[in-house]
Design a protein around this ligand. Structure first.
Ligand code: F6P
Length: 370
């Protein structure tokens, strides 16, 4: 593999803070249509739809939408939704009271396009973020937000996914301000948080590279990985598992904090490598720390991923100057995990621009063409 290919994924992760900065600079232009749609309707129900990384974005954003806008929101895998659920199952809402949001990459995956088409047929507005404003999904949408991150050379998406979550969180916070569902203080705190991510995500990359250098032997000797998250960062855990398997092909499992106690905890063996995403404050964080202390008694290779302000003095901890603002953590805590995926893959000699079994994906036709 040549040096350029070797570095492509890391450089894409490194470019993320620059796109966050651009989103903030172009805030009005990028979020304006979204805010207008929400202020000109009285939405009572939001459906998030997306496959792969966009499914994890949907999971994060569902919690943010409910808390910031007080609107009921759901996410489920698009084909479960299309084949076994559907829009307005109970017949409670008028079309103009519902909205579908698709946090896409290429926007070609069939599931979200089918959901968008069903919504359009019923007069339900559809929003997407996408890299392709002319694509098959964008053509079904009332609001199309083009992510400034551009196409990725590495097949496991990183900068597009992080920029997409950043941008939709920005849309939700701007909408919350316009609808008065958050006060001025809270709005200001979120805006400071967004600004802070430029620095924290940049620092997370360099800290993780340093950490990996110091813990390479442990990480590379582990045959598989587990990652545990809570709240919206369960989406971060799922995205980590996807990024890990896409990049280095080693088995990786993701768990929601409390679910770990129901079966998985009984399967921990000495030497297992487990990442604990210890993000925003609250009772779940304390419970995560307790779990970490308990699991450390079974394996030495427990890695607490947390902010500097947590004051954790443990050489195994992977720490960085996190902002730790609720929901924004789903952007900043993903950065170290993207870097780890990339570094493990590099050490195993995988080229991130080459996929395995491409023929199999093509045979299954999961996407439309544009
Ligand atoms: O159809 P979209 O918008 O590209 O979304 C699916 C994305 O998720 C992935 O399956 C996983 O990252 C990507 O390959 C793909 O880009």
């Amino acid at each position: 593999m040549n040096a350029e290919k070797r570095n492509v994924m890391l450089e894409e992760i490194r470019s993320e803070p620059g796109y966050f900065e651009e989103c903030l600079k172009r805030r009005e232009e990028l979020t304006g249509d979204f805010v207008k749609l929400f202020t000109s309707h009285r939405f009572r129900r939001i459906y998030f739809s997306g496959s792969g990384s966009p499914s994890h974005a949907g999971l994060v954003l569902k919690y943010a939408a409910e808390k910031l806008l007080n609107i009921e929101a759901t996410y489920s895998y698009p084909m479960l939704f299309n084949n076994h659920e559907g829009l307005n199952v109970g017949g409670k809402y008028k079309p103009e009271e519902m909205v579908v949001i698709c946090p896409a990459e290429s926007g070609r995956s069939k599931g979200a396009v089918i959901t968008a088409r069903a919504a359009k047929a019923q007069g339900i507005p559809v929003v997407c973020t996408t890299l392709n404003p002319e694509g098959v999904l964008a053509r079904e949408c009332d609001v199309v937000i083009v992510k400034p991150s551009g196409n990725e050379l590495a097949l496991p998406s990183t900068k597009g996914h992080s920029t997409g979550i950043f941008l939709l969180l920005l849309c939700l916070v701007e909408t919350a301000k316009a609808l008065n569902t958050i006060d001025v203080e809270m709005y200001r705190a979120y805006m400071e948080g967004f600004e802070g991510l430029i620095q924290s995500c940049g620092a997370a990359v360099e800290r993780t590279l340093e950490w990996f250098e110091g813990h390479k032997r442990m990480v590379m000797n582990a045959p598989f990985y587990r990652v545990i998250g809570y709240g919206a960062n369960y989406g971060t855990a799922l995205e980590t598992a996807l990024k890990f398997i896409e990049t280095h092909k080693r088995l990786t499992m993701a768990y929601e904090l409390e679910e770990f106690m129901h079966g998985p905890i009984r399967t921990v063996n000495p030497g297992d490598c487990i990442f604990f995403l210890c993000a925003e404050d609250g009772p779940e964080k304390e419970r995560m720390k307790k779990l970490y202390e308990v699991v450390r008694k079974m394996t030495d290779n427990c890695v607490l991923v947390c902010g500097d302000s947590d004051g954790v003095e443990n050489s195994m901890a992977l720490t960085f100057p996190a902002v730790n603002r609720e929901f924004l953590t789903a952007v900043e805590y993903l950065t170290p995990m993207q870097v780890l995926a990339c570094e493990i893959g590099r050490h195993l000699g995988f080229d991130p621009t080459e996929g395995m079994n491409t023929w199999a994906k093509l045979a299954m036709e999961p996407s439309f063409s544009d």
